[in-house]
Design a protein around this ligand. Structure first.
Ligand SMILES: *Cc1c(COP(=O)(O)O)cnc(C)c1O
Length: 356
């Protein structure tokens, strides 16, 4: 059990009301959780303090070599007022897998859970309730040693900040256009692809700008070695429904193991769909799109939950998926997962955890 010191803000900010259109990640709540790590002492001084700037040395290692990890999950307000987290145990396990990969000391799972619970509880009035809105939770860890040599840091800060976020698609589910990237790669096996680290995002910016400039909202990455096999979208995993079978790239070391991905697989299996986690090439995908066997494409991730894809482009080939609209299974997954998150639908055991 952490002994969390609580310092409440003397100047609470106005909480945006339901008339306020929320965007993603621009507003932050009144408080944040912080815990420090020191070699020999472990994780120390857990505290909840007013949200505000950090003081770090310009030589802090995170600024130079990017030793940083993050997580992302959401809290929801159920109709009966309960505050619910969606599969936080999966995020906590993945956080420690990331920590292992980038030489950050792990955090005991129960301490992580307690930190999430306490910070969300303190700022729970900030959880918006309009359909599609939620409180986004961003835990992250930075390396803070004031040192310019290259090695793992001996000191860290673990921080959790909270942001009320709006519906990803304010008009409901909206199909996106994705760009299959054949020049840049995001990750390679043996690299950081399966870790949730900021470094992966730096590697992705150039292609994202390129795709945006061409009118595409997301990049679909190919494998970094052969540049043939599909990996994932910007911050989402990817699914295809081909001839009634649900296909998603298998976790191969360079793909982020999404909690939403896992939830989609588990639900589709429960509903009786054949699900294949395997290698799938861009060539196979385009062929299926052209011969009509590609029935649906969707991305899965915490931010948008399910993001139907209406349109794909690789090089000079542009294909529309069916009528470019929202597939039936995509819609069913979206409705079911968001229903479970809001406590309206009974999900598999342990998927929602109440903040108390
Ligand atoms: C976070 C993330 C995802 C989605 O994971 P969820 O746990 O479903 O939110 C997919 N790809 C990348 C690169 C990510 O960082």
């Amino acid at each position: 059990m952490l002994n969390i010191r609580i310092e409440k803000t003397a100047n609470p900010k106005p909480i945006p009301g339901p008339e306020n259109p929320l965007t993603f990640g621009t507003i932050f709540t009144d408080h944040m959780f912080i815990m420090d790590y020191e070699e020999g002492k472990g994780w120390i001084d857990p505290r909840i303090v007013p949200y505000g700037p950090l003081e770090l040395m310009p030589s802090a290692m995170v600024f130079h070599y990017g030793q940083e990890m993050f997580e992302g999950l959401k809290a929801y307000k159920a109709d009966d007022g309960r505050v619910l987290l969606f599969r936080p145990d999966c995020n906590i396990k993945r956080a420690n897998d990331t920590n292992e990969r980038i030489c950050i000391p792990t955090i005991p799972e129960e301490d992580f859970m307690q930190a999430l619970n306490e910070i969300v509880k303190i700022d729970q009035a900030w959880i918006p309730t309009k359909p599609g809105t939620s409180l986004y939770i961003r835990p992250f860890i930075i390396a803070t040693d004031p040192f310019l040599g290259v090695r793992p840091s001996n000191t860290y800060k673990f921080i959790i900040i909270l942001s009320p976020v709006g519906a990803y698609y304010p008009e409901g589910l909206n199909p996106v256009k994705i760009w299959i990237e054949d020049e840049y790669v995001r990750a390679v096996r043996g690299g950081l692809g399966e870790a949730k680290a900021g470094a992966n995002y730096v590697a992705s910016l150039k292609a994202q700008v390129k795709a945006h400039d061409a009118g595409y909202s997301q990049v679909l990455w190919l494998d970094g070695v052969e540049r043939k096999y599909i990996e994932e979208v910007g911050a989402m995993n990817i699914f295809f429904k081909i001839n009634g079978t649900v296909v998603t790239p298998m976790l191969n070391g360079s793909i982020l193991p999404g909690v939403t991905r896992r939830s989609c697989i588990e639900l589709c299996k429960q509903w009786g769909y054949p699900v294949e986690e395997r290698r799938i090439s861009a060539e196979e995908l385009l062929k299926a799109a052209l011969d009509g066997s590609l029935e649906e494409v969707w991305g899965s991730g915490t931010a948008a939950v399910i993001s139907p894809v209406g349109h794909l482009r690789e090089g000079d080939t542009v294909v529309q998926i069916k009528d470019g609209g929202i597939g039936e299974l995509s819609q069913k997954l979206y409705d079911t997962i968001t229903g479970i998150q809001l406590g309206r639908i009974e999900g598999p055991k342990g998927w929602v955890v109440e903040v108390k």
